[in-house]
Design a binder for this molecule. Structure first.
Ligand SMILES: Cc1cc2nc3c(=O)[nH]c(=O)nc-3n(C[C@H](O)[C@H](O)[C@H](O)COP(=O)(O)OP(=O)(O)OC[C@H]3O[C@@H](n4cnc5c(N)ncnc54)[C@H](O)[C@@H]3O)c2cc1C
Length: 492
C-alpha cells in the first residue's frame, strides 16, 4: 500500500525534525525518514550551545549573529528545562591588552545585537577571588563574563519529534531507503525498517533533503538530474572529562592559533572541552577523535588552568561534522555557519528542497524559512506563521511541589528527570508512590518505568539510543548494568 503525504523529509537531525514539527503544526501530512537513530548525526555531536556565536563577529557575520541571538531568546522560552542561560567567562593574560580591548568591543556589539532579551549584559570580572583563584593560573587576574545558553542537543531533537508526532507526523528511525524516484505527479520513496524488515512506500509532491553532512552525497545518489551543491565537511571533536567547573559556568578560551575553544558544564561531575576544526578525510560513517586533537585541546585549556587536564580525566570523546557551504574562497575556520536553502524543480516538475549548513541555534528559523519558500510553490497551503511554541517537556512545573510529591526518588535522579525531560517525566511517574513501583533498577536511578517510556514513546530501539542520545547515562553505568539494560531492550 502507498501512503500519500504532503512532504517527505529525509534526515532526522535537528533541521529535518524541526521542519517536520512546523509543517505538521500547519496541518500538513509529513513523513520523516532517518537511516539510524534520531539525532545520531551532527545533532548529537555539537558543543551544546544555543548562542549567537561571539567569534563570528571577527568575520563580520553580523546578520547571522543577530539572527542566532534572536533565536536564542525564543528558544530559552520554548524549552526552559532544556535550554539554560549560563554565564561564560573569558580569562585574560595581562600582556594581551590590545586583544582585551577588541574583545570588550566585541562583547559590547554582542549585547547590542541581542538587545531586547533579558540575559545579563557582559562585564569585567576579577578572577583572583573564589572560586576562580584556584581554577586559573595565578597570572590570570581578570576576565570578562557574558551570557549565552547551553542545551542537551539530542534531547532538543527528540522534543521536536514528539511535537511533530503530536500533530500526526510519521517519524521513522532506522529506515533504509530501498528506492527513491519520481513520476509526473510526485516523489516516491520505498523504505525498509532495519529492525523488523517491514517495507513501506510513501508519495508526496515535496521532497526535503535534510541529511546534513550527507546532503551532497544524497543529491549525487538520488537527484542525478539536478545540479548539486558543494559542501565543505569540517570535523569538530570534543572531550568529556571527569571534572567539575567552578559554579557550573562555561569558559571561552582563546588558543595560540587565534581560535577559541569552550570548556562547559556537561552532566553533574563532568565537563565538555571542544572543539577542533579539521577538514574531513574519509567516510562519514567513520569519524573519530585523533590523538593529535586530544593533545591540542588539552594543551590549549592547560594554558589557563592551575590543575592541568590530563588524558586520565577523559571518560568519553565524540566528533561531529559541520556541513559548510563551500564558497571556494574562505578557509574552514572562516566559512559562514549560516544555512542555505536550495529549492529546485526536477525535470518532471516535482519540488525538492535541500538544507545546507546551519546551526543548532537557528533550526527553528531555518524550518520556518523552508516552509515559507515551499508555500510560494503551493498557494493552497495554510499560511506559515512565525510562532515560538512550547516544546512538549517545557510546560510550567512547580519544582518544589514536584520534589515533595516524588520525595521517595533519590534527589539526583529527580534532578536528572527535570533536566532531561521537564514535565515529560510525569508520563511515567504519574500516580507512583514507591520506588518499587518504578520497576527494575538498571543502576544509577535508571528504572524500568523510564526505560519503558523511552522504548514506547521516544523511538529508542537499542541501548545506545537510550544511553547516549535520550540520556547520558552511558558515561557512568558499569558494564554489568549496561549488559542487563541491553538484554532487557533486546527482549522487549
Ligand atoms: C563539532 C560541532 C560543534 C557544533 N556546535 C554547535 C553549537 O554549540 N551550537 C550550535 O548552534 N550549533 C553547533 N553545531 C552545528 C550543529 O550541530 C549542526 O548545524 C546541526 O546539528 C545540523 O543538523 P542537521 O539536521 O542539518 O544534520 P544532522 O544532525 O547530521 O542530521 C542529518 C541526518 O540525516 C540522516 N541521513 C543522512 N543520509 C540519510 C539517508 N540516505 N536516509 C535517511 N537518513 C539519512 C543522518 O543519519 C542524520 O541523522 C556544531 C557542529 C559541529 C560539527
Amino acid at each position: 500500500m502507498i501512503e500519500k503525504k504532503d512532504i517527505i523529509i529525509i534526515g532526522g537531525g535537528i533541521n529535518g525534525i524541526a521542519i517536520a514539527g512546523q509543517a505538521a503544526r500547519l496541518g500538513l501530512k509529513v513523513v520523516l525518514i532517518e537511516q539510524n537513530d534520531l539525532a545520531s548525526g551532527t545533532s548529537s555531536k555539537s558543543t551544546q550551545l544555543i548562542h549567537g556565536g561571539l567569534r563570528y563577529l571577527q568575520q563580520y557575520y553580523f546578520s547571522l549573529v543577530k539572527k542566532a541571538l534572536h533565536e536564542r531568546s525564543l528558544l530559552v522560552k520554548m524549552a526552559p528545562h532544556l535550554i539554560k542561560p549560563i554565564p561564560f567567562i573569558i580569562p585574560y593574560y595581562k600582556k594581551n591588552a590590545l586583544k582585551r580591548c577588541i574583545l570588550r568591543m566585541g562583547l559590547f556589539i554582542y549585547d547590542h545585537l541581542s538587545s531586547g532579551n533579558s540575559l545579563p549584559k557582559a562585564k569585567g570580572i576579577h578572577l583572583t577571588i573564589a572560586p576562580y583563584q584556584s581554577f586559573f593560573k595565578s597570572a590570570i587576574k581578570q576576565g570578562s563574563v557574558y551570557s549565552d545558553a547551553w542545551t542537551h542537543d539530542s534531547r532538543l531533537v527528540i522534543e521536536w519529534a514528539l511535537l511533530a508526532r503530536r500533530y500526526e507526523a510519521s517519524i521513522l528511525s532506522y529506515q533504509k531507503i530501498l528506492a527513491l524516484g519520481e513520476n509526473e505527479e510526485c516523489w516516491q520513496v520505498r523504505v525498509e525498517d532495519k529492525f523488523n524488515q517491514e517495507c513501506h512506500t510513501y508519495e508526496a509532491n515535496i521532497l526535503i533533503n535534510a541529511t546534513g553532512p550527507w546532503a551532497e552525497g544524497f543529491q549525487k545518489q538520488y537527484l542525478t538530474d539536478l545540479p548539486h551543491t558543494s559542501l565543505r565537511l569540517v570535523k569538530g571533536s570534543h572531550l568529556v572529562l571527569k571534572r567539575e567547573l567552578p559554579d557550573d559556568h562555561a569558559y571561552l578560551l582563546e588558543c595560540a592559533d587565534g581560535r577559541v575553544i569552550f570548556l562547559t558544564p556537561y552532566e553533574p561531575g563532568y565537563c565538555l572541552l571542544g572543539t577542533t576544526e579539521l577538514e574531513c578525510q574519509g567516510s562519514l560513517e567513520d569519524i573519530r577523535v585523533e590523538p593529535s586533537e586530544i593533545e591540542y585541546l588539552l594543551a590549549a585549556a592547560n594554558v589557563y588552568l592551575q590543575t592541568p587536564l590530563t588524558v586520565q580525566d577523559i571518560v568519553h570523546t565524540f566528533s561531529g561534522v559541520r556541513p559548510l557551504l563551500d564558497d571556494g574562497v574562505h578557509t574552514a575556520h572562516q566559512l559562514s555557519r549560516d544555512y542555505h536553502l536550495a529549492l529546485q524543480q526536477s525535470k518532471k516538475g516535482n519540488t525538492v528542497l535541500t538544507v545546507l549548513g546551519g546551526k543548532l541555534t537557528t533550526h527553528r528559523r531555518l524550518a520556518l524559512e523552508a516552509l515559507i519558500l515551499l508555500e510560494k510553490t503551493r498557494p493552497a497551503w495554510p499560511a506559515v506563521k512565525d510562532e515560538a511554541t512550547l516544546l512538549p517537556g517545557g510546560e510550567p512545573l512547580d519544582e518544589v511541589g514536584f520534589r515533595q510529591r516524588y520525595s521517595f526518588i533519590p534527589k539526583p535522579v529527580l534532578s536528572r528527570y527535570l533536566r532531561c525531560y521537564g514535565t515529560l517525566c510525569l508520563l511515567w511517574l504519574r500516580e507512583k508512590m514507591t520506588l518499587s513501583e518504578l520497576g527494575i533498577d538498571f543502576g544509577l536511578g535508571l528504572y524500568q518505568a523510564e526505560v519503558d517510556y523511552l522504548l514506547t514513546q521516544e523511538w529508542v530501539k537499542c541501548a545506545d539510543d537510550l544511553l547516549w542520545r535520550r540520556t547520558r547515562l552511558g558515561l557512568c553505568l558499569d558494564e554489568i548494568d549496561l549488559g542487563r539494560l541491553a538484554e532487557y531492550i533486546r527482549n522487549r
